[in-house]
Write a protein that binds this ligand. Structure first.
Ligand SMILES: O=C(CO)[C@H](O)[C@H](O)COP(=O)(O)O
Length: 237
């Protein structure tokens, strides 16, 4: 499938999710990160400007904050707005139970906080992210944010837990590791097919030095997948 058709699939999912879940009564909207979320923001910008002026948007990264600000929208954070009406975000992979891998863009710490602050968490993605089990299509591993000084110790623990190929994520246009918006490092830890994501999440969070794990278990209420044929597949819990 061409990249423009994939973009169309992302756009369809994003537009439908905004249309069905961002209500005129909502005053605080959580906005995730990544390329699919760009379409979410574009759709938000098409709403009645008077309605947007009465709404605060809570971004989850430097990326989404910048796009919201460029669009003239009012941004806030969870310290000011701990009660979010709805959060819409992308995902790297979603399983049949709506568990998700996130953090391909390294923003999963803020994404999880803003998703948990919301009354409703909605995922938007294209068909390539739709799996029966996590680890089927997203084989780069579970993104794990770690405090920098502990990365080697955490990597060793992950290897002991069976993720032999757990690797520090390296930057592309900079020498050295990726540094997150929170000043931390990332380890991508493959665990093969993940049959019990909630248990894996618990085990990973117990490793000292781990800040947050890119497994979002039992959080999403609904997921929209843009399909190859132009339709949108919806999955609910
Ligand atoms: O979790 C994320 C960033 O931390 C993104 O939502 C995820 O990587 C999906 O991104 P994209 O929409 O570009 O495929």
């Amino acid at each position: 499938m061409s990249s423009s058709l994939i973009e169309q699939a992302k756009q369809k999912a994003a537009y439908q999710a905004v249309d069905e879940h961002v209500l005129p009564s909502h005053r605080v909207i959580g906005v995730g990160s990544g390329s699919t979320v760009v379409h979410v923001i574009n759709r938000l910008l098409q709403r009645d400007p008077e309605l947007n002026a009465k709404t605060v948007f809570v971004p989850t990264s430097f990326q989404s904050r910048g796009i919201l600000l460029d669009g003239g929208l009012k941004v806030g954070d969870v310290e000011q707005y701990p009660n979010v009406d709805v959060t819409i975000d992308g995902a790297d992979e979603v399983d049949s139970q709506l568990n998700a891998i996130k953090g391909g863009g390294g923003a999963h710490l803020q994404e999880k906080v803003v998703a948990e602050a919301a009354n409703k968490f909605v995922i938007v993605a294209d068909y390539r992210k739709d799996s029966k089990l996590l680890g089927e299509q997203w084989t780069k591993g579970v993104p794990i944010e770690v405090v920098p000084f502990a990365w080697r110790a955490v990597q060793k623990k992950l290897q002991d837990m069976g993720s032999k190929d757990a690797e520090l994520r390296m930057a592309v246009a900079k020498a050295g590791p990726v540094v997150t918006d929170n000043g931390n490092f990332l380890i991508d830890a493959p665990f093969g097919l993940i049959r019990e994501p909630a248990q894996l999440l618990k085990d990973l969070k117990l490793i000292t030095g781990v800040v947050e794990v890119g497994l979002f278990c039992n959080m999403a209420e609904i997921a929209y997948f843009g399909c190859e044929d132009g339709s949108v597949r919806i999955r609910t819990k």
